[in-house]
Ligand binder design. Structure first.
Ligand code: NAD
Length: 257
């Protein structure tokens, strides 16, 4: 089964890992729907560029993944959904006592609940077309914890649980649901954590990268967005038809420890 002509919706895909996955799926012939909460000319220009580069249909649809109605409307507006990649995510780093309540709510909504809403809207579409792939971008933090990341770790563990339930509810259909668990990937999300982590640990930027981030990653290398795109493509392949309800770590050995 090739992804040629399939439609992939990738949430949070005007940057970082989501954009990397969109590029790999487009390169393999899928039509892609890009998404974020903004509606800038650059967002639409990005979709146009990807469409042109890979000779596929690419669209940008604005939808705020912190809002349940907009999550569901994204799938409706796309009109088709063979591959759903739940990728949108944010981070905030603080101890539990200082963790701002609104940040907790936003992280739970965007990083976890959005995947429930888009999946609920996408499953009927996949059942109708007779094929589907749900790919949730969780994290090594869906399998392991770190201090100062309570909301993120809780949300990502929740996404792994949701992935298993989605897989069980679709187990006898040509639909699979899996979670990709990246270790550290140098995207804008990770860049943004560096100053706060420098403060929490009283360290330089170089020390945070080497001694906080990559200290958990035995390979001592960041994973790349292209590698994550390749993993998503594998999950769409025939070889992965019986791979469901599981996690695939792309973390340089982090969760082997
Ligand atoms: P990023 O900041 O580059 O991308 C996040 C994307 O989500 C952006 O496109 C952003 O516009 C979008 N987004 C944010 N809030 C949104 C909202 N309310 N509605 C719609 N879209 C929204 O970050 P990234 O590192 O590419 O992260 C992508 C995913 O990968 C996240 O779920 C993140 O938790 C996960 N992840 C990242 C790493 C890493 O090291 N970078 C590791 C493990 C997991």
């Amino acid at each position: 089964m090739s992804v040629t002509g399939k439609t992939a919706i990738i949430t949070g895909s005007n940057s970082g890992i989501g954009l990397g996955i969109a590029e790999e799926l487009a390169k393999a012939g899928a039509n892609v729907v890009l998404n974020s909460f903004t509606d800038n000319d650059e967002d639409h220009a990005l979709a146009a560029r990807i469409g042109k580069d890979h000779g596929i249909e690419a669209r940008y649809i604005k939808a705020d993944m912190s809002k349940p109605d907009e999550c569901r409307a994204l799938v409706e507006q796309a009109g088709a959904c063979d591959i759903l990649v739940n990728n949108a995510g944010i981070q905030h780093v603080a101890g539990i006592e200082e963790f701002p309540m609104e940040k907790w709510d936003a992280i739970i909504a965007i990083n976890m609940s959005s995947a429930f809403h888009t999946t609920a809207a996408a499953l009927p579409v996949m059942r109708k077309s007779g094929w589907g792939r749900v790919i949730n971008v969780a994290s090594a933090h869906g399998l392991r914890a770190s201090p100062f990341k309570s909301a993120y770790v809780a949300a990502k563990h929740g996404v792994v649980g949701l992935t298993k339930v989605t897989a069980l509810e679709t187990a006898q259909e040509p639909i699979t649901a899996n979670a990709i668990c990246p270790g550290y990937v140098l995207t804008p999300l990770v860049e943004a954590q560096i100053p706060d982590t420098m403060k929490e640990y009283d360290m330089s930027r170089e020390d945070v990268i080497k001694n906080v981030m990559l200290t958990r990653q035995p390979s001592k290398e960041f994973a790349t967005v292209e590698q994550l795109g390749g993993t998503a493509l594998y999950l769409c392949s025939d070889a992965a038809a019986q791979v469901t309800g599981t996690t695939i770590s792309v973390d340089g050995g982090w969760t082997a420890m």
